[in-house]
Ligand binder design. Structure first.
Ligand code: APR
Length: 241
């Protein structure tokens, strides 16, 4: 049993680290994942940054460099094609902080956990596109103070644009979760909100997630296989050729 594309108008897509895994960007909780190598409390909390800013800067400088060496994969390209051709509402909510969705051409995109390629000034609150290291404390382009930090939502901080996301979930006819373990809220709860308001809920993931039981339908496999097939279901066979 699956959804009928003819009845779908408004779509919310949630992506996690699994959609970028085949681009060579490590996930967090898979075997050998990022949180096996670094304790979250040492590198991804405001307290960690206050305690050892150099360690946190080095951690994010390395990841910012890694993503610039990566390329979008067929799953990113397929979602960008959906973005370009879907006539109804589409909101791609990503937990990822890489820029692979944008580089594939996605536009209707919300980075709820921030972005590696953005620096946030703690002195003047300005956000600046940033591709270089931050560990040497460069001056903020807006105010000149050496107060830039990674523009990443750390554990204990509030994710971005949650009101917009909640409104999109209320209106969604279809909610699709791609490459996420369902381990972190509020994203892990979006399937329940969407389902409550009447959306068909579909999970595309390499293995069952913590929230699989909450979905109408789960398809297991690699994102580079499942996502293009999903987009063809909505747009027709020829759209990705
Ligand atoms: N195709 C599809 N799914 C995949 C693939 C793949 N090639 N490779 C891995 N996965 C799946 C894994 O099975 C897992 O369920 O992607 C998921 C990755 O889970 P996590 O590593 O927990 O990443 P994510 O769910 O995005 O983490 C959520 O936690 O640490 C915080 O802020 C961080 O945004 C992150 C949030």
């Amino acid at each position: 049993m699956s959804f009928n594309p003819d009845t779908i108008r408004n779509i919310v897509v949630l992506t996690g680290a699994g959609i970028s895994a085949e681009s060579g960007i490590g996930t967090f909780r898979d075997k050998g994942g990022l949180w096996e190598k670094h304790r979250i409390e040492d590198v991804a909390t405001p307290e960690a940054f206050a305690k050892d800013p150099d360690l946190v800067f080095r951690f994010y400088d390395q990841r910012r460099a890694n993503i610039q060496a990566a390329q979008p994969n067929p799953a990113h390209w397929a979602l960008a094609a959906l973005d370009a051709h879907w006539p109804g509402m589409l909101t791609i909510v990503t937990q990822n902080v890489d820029d692979l969705h944008e580089r594939a051409g996605a536009r209707r995109l919300i980075h709820m956990h921030g972005e590696h390629l953005s620096a946030w000034c703690r002195a003047c609150d300005a956000r600046t596109r940033w591709h270089d290291p931050l560990a040497h404390r460069p001056p903020c382009p807006s105010c000149g103070q050496s107060a830039l930090r990674p523009d990443i939502v750390w554990f204990g901080e509030i994710p971005y644009r949650m009101d917009e996301i909640d409104l999109a979930l209320v209106d969604a006819d279809l909610f699709v979760s791609i490459g996420t373990s369902g381990a972190v809220y509020p994203a892990a709860g979006y399937v329940q909100t969407a389902r409550h308001y009447g959306a068909w809920t579909l999970e595309l993931n390499l293995e069952p997630s913590q929230g699989s039981i909450l979905f109408h339908e789960t398809r297991l496999g690699k994102a580079t296989d499942l996502v293009p097939d999903f987009v063809r279901e909505l747009l027709g066979e020829e759209v990705l050729d």
